[in-house]
Design a protein around this ligand. Sequence first.
Ligand SMILES: [Zn+2]
Length: 120
Amino acid sequence: MTKVFAYVLVRTEPGTSHQIVSLRTMPGVVLAHSVFGRFDAVLVVSANSLEELSTKVYEIVSKQPSVVKVETLVCLPTPSEKAPKKKEEIKLVTSFHCPSCHALNEVEAATCFFCGYKFK
Ligand SMILES: [Zn+2]
């Protein structure tokens, strides 16, 4: 079952945002933080459906007496994660100049591909 997530922005009576943050132990509350800004607390709430989500937001947040305003931002479904891209291997081509002819040689080369100078 696909879970529904929402960011719940809460404005509280001054000095009471910790009461909202303490709701982090409630089932369905994923995250809860006091924040600076236009709101006093932000919660992430998860549920199994939109109906359940709205009930939860009401039960957990809206009915708290210290809550002045609630804005619920429901997350859009995230497209299913594709198989992680295989990181292109970055091949470090380290080259150096032949001390004899100054041609560029790969670091593993034992002899210069150009003049045959023995490196090792
Ligand atoms: Zn050379």
